[in-house]
Design a binder for this molecule. Structure first.
Ligand code: ADP
Ligand code: MG
Length: 326
């Protein structure tokens, strides 16, 4: 971000970089986010929950991706780690070439404010209800050294970007859920973050409004190039983005990548029907060459024991049940 050099908070990072010069330059096309074997364990009084179990994920600069998965599968945990709100138990997370584990608490605060924009499901977590729309956006810029006038101008631009200029002086309570989320997106963009993280941003609005908000994310991504990661329950919405990754049991299990010709159509035509055929589905193989099979696949193949036979047939790998069936 443009103010990095001026900030005292980053001195430690800069020192660190001078002391230990990087062996190789990071090429521009290297992923913006690299999750390498991420593990997160929550310890409560008696139990330990392994929320992330060696998660691998790379996100390119300028990508828009959806993350789907059952409740409790680790989606919010992953978002919190990418957003610098929590630290992993093991494994590595690198964002924009920086290993987040090496950031001090103060640097982490700076990282969250400058690099990341958050949009949460609950409006009360996104917005101050005693401030108007425009004031909410201005307050988000408070820690920067902008003049009041510059803040106001920028807040106005952001309101226009999310198509809410007409509500600049309204309070959140005077807005619909969808309008509140638009303002929340403007707030999240206030400090020109590199990454917009949205954790079930449409979880509390009706499905038509969800569609409109999802389209807004896509437009923002296309027009500003910002990298966007959206956790969603709604699979039809999830499919509107370039890539959909599915988390199960704290790992990425499958990944659906939008077919190139569909993407080209989206670029040229505003409205296009997105369906299951729009994406190519892949399973993810981790570094130890493990692949997760879904319950549905096993059931369809009639495999019901934990022992399977694996063979290579005609250049394909075949997994069959103990009895050799399927
Ligand atoms: P999702 O967002 O996919 O619903 P989460 O990432 O919130 O899932 O949670 C993953 C697992 O970690 C769940 O079993 C959840 O109960 C547990 N968990 C999440 N946060 C905490 C926490 N702060 N303390 C203890 N357990 C947690
Ligand atoms: Mg969650």
């Amino acid at each position: 971000m443009e103010n990095l050099q001026k900030s005292n908070e980053l001195t430690d990072i800069q020192l660190h970089e001078t002391e230990a010069p990087q062996v190789q330059n990071i090429p521009m096309e290297s992923p913006l986010v690299i999750c390498d074997n991420l593990v997160k364990i929550y310890k409560t009084d008696e139990v330990e929950v392994m929320a992330l179990q060696g998660l691998e994920l790379e996100i390119k600069r300028g990508e828009i991706i959806s993350i789907i998965g059952k409740s409790g599968s680790g989606k919010s945990t992953l978002m919190n780690i990418i957003g610098g709100l929590e630290r992993q138990t093991a494994g590595k997370i690198v964002v924009d070439g920086k290993n987040l584990a090496e950031l001090s608490e103060r640097q982490m605060v700076h990282y969250r404010k400058k690099k990341i924009g958050f949009v949460w499901q609950k409006a009360s977590r996104n917005l101050y209800f005693y401030l108007t729309a425009i004031e909410n956006i201005e307050v988000a810029m408070n820690f920067t050294k902008m003049s009041a006038k510059a803040k106001r101008d920028k807040a106005m631009k952001l309101l226009q970007l999310v198509d809410m200029a007409h509500k600049r002086d309204s309070y959140p309570a005077q807005m619909s859920g969808g309008e509140q989320q638009r303002i929340a997106i403007a707030v999240a963009l206030a400090n020109d973050p590199d990454i917009l993280l949205a954790d079930e941003p449409t979880g509390a609005v009706d499905s038509k409004t969800s569609g409109v908000i999802q389209d807004l994310f896509r437009t923002l991504n296309r027009e500003t190039g910002i990298t966007i990661i959206i956790v969603t329950h709604d699979v039809s919405l999830a499919n509107k983005v370039d890539r959909v990754v599915m988390i199960s049991d704290g790992k990425i299990s499958t990944e659906k990548v939008m077919k190139a010709q569909i993407r080209a159509q989206i670029e040229s035509v505003a409205e296009i029907e997105i369906d299951d055929d729009s994406h190519e589905e892949y399973s993810i193989m981790d570094k130890a060459h493990r692949v997760q099979l879904s319950e549905d696949m096993l059931r369809a193949a009639g495999i019901n024991s934990n022992k399977v036979k694996i063979s290579v047939v005609d250049g394909k790998i075949l997994i069959s049940g103990e009895d050799g069936n399927s």
